[in-house]
Design a protein around this ligand. Structure first.
Ligand SMILES: NC(=O)c1ccc[n+]([C@@H]2O[C@H](COP(=O)([O-])OP(=O)(O)OC[C@H]3O[C@@H](n4cnc5c(N)ncnc54)[C@H](O)[C@@H]3O)[C@@H](O)[C@H]2O)c1
Length: 286
């Protein structure tokens, strides 16, 4: 896909807005679709601050900021999706919502347009059933990581009927926007969430057994394993309610090894959800 190719992003929340930004930074015109124009504009407006932070880290030239933002068109409808080459969907994590979006897009987007979903837990093969037989070969998962503007990894997940040339195209697109794609099978949790939650569950065991404190477990992972951030700091960023929900999904798929620890359930019952509630494993100023 060349820089002239237009991209559609559905959902301007935490993930969608920054996915749109990554495509705009790589030179693409991006249509950013939300349920209302107000939400689409709100998502785009947040990106000015993201670009300022990227400029401070010397990842972009501050003078390019207006040019990059101009490439993103907020919208509340799919009219502008008639000419897009790729759609990345980052709406709510709800099978019906996502299927409805893809079914509608299937009637609007050109036949050659590739559909990608940023789902973290719904099988790609299930979501692909929302499109017709002509599109199904061009349906794929692209699992970005938060914050998208900083995290280089994308898990590229073919569904059962995804064509090999779609996989190759999407891997190339990821590289073109400065990301590093890895190919992963369409299994629950893909690869990264399986690795992550096994570690988080074991961290909670260490804590329950009194082996080490929250601070020391974080220090162990940062200084002993080279992780940029410890498990408790990261759990507080993602939110314990979501962490628990994901562990239930993984437990359903893989059994005992992903059974959430009682301590995590207690934290959720107490509404100690993380940064968003001011208290999680650690305390945060409002
Ligand atoms: N948050 C993460 O760290 C993370 C990481 C990887 C993948 N994901 C996945 O990315 C997707 C989005 O997650 P998020 O954290 O950005 O959620 P979010 O709630 O911040 O954003 C979702 C946005 O989608 C919009 N939306 C809902 N229905 C829509 C529709 N029909 N058309 C257009 N917009 C619509 C909502 O208004 C909302 O702004 C989910 O599938 C999630 O599982 C999230």
């Amino acid at each position: 896909m060349s820089e002239d190719n237009h991209v559609g992003v559905v959902g301007a929340g935490m993930m969608g807005a920054e996915i749109a930004l990554c495509f705009a930074m790589a030179g693409h015109q991006v249509m950013l679709k939300e349920t209302s124009l107000e939400l689409a504009e709100k998502g785009k407006n947040r990106l000015a601050g993201v670009l300022d932070r990227l400029a401070k880290k010397n990842k972009i030239d501050a003078d390019d900021k207006p040019l990059i933002l101009d490439r993103i068109t907020p919208t509340d409808n799919f009219d502008l999706f008639e000419n897009v080459h790729l759609v990345v969907e980052a709406a709510f994590e709800d099978e019906d919502v996502k299927k409805q979006i893809f079914a509608e897009l299937d009637t609007i987007c050109p036949p050659a347009c590739t559909f990608a979903t940023n789902t973290s837990s719904i099988p790609i093969t299930v979501l692909a059933t929302a499109v017709g037989p002509e599109r199904i070969g061009r349906f794929i998962g692209t699992h970005f990581f938060s914050p998208v503007s900083l995290m280089p990894l994308v898990e590229v997940i073919p569904g059962l009927d995804t064509a090999e040339d779609t996989i190759a195209t999407v891997m190339a697109v990821c590289r073109q926007i400065g990301k590093t794609p890895i190919r992963v099978k369409d299994v629950t949790g893909f690869a990264v969430n399986r690795l992550l939650h096994v570690m988080w569950i074991e961290a909670n065991r260490l804590l329950e057994e009194g082996v080490a404190s929250i601070e020391d477990i974080d220090t162990a992972c940062r200084l002993g394993l080279g992780h940029p951030i410890g498990p408790y700091a990261l759990m507080d960023l993602t939110g314990n309610d979501l962490n628990l929900q994901v562990q239930h999904i993984l437990q359903d798929a893989y059994g005992e090894r992903f059974r959430p620890r009682p301590l995590l359930k207690q934290m959720v019952s107490a509404h100690h959800l993380g940064r968003k509630t001011g208290r999680g494993w650690k305390h945060y100023e409002s």
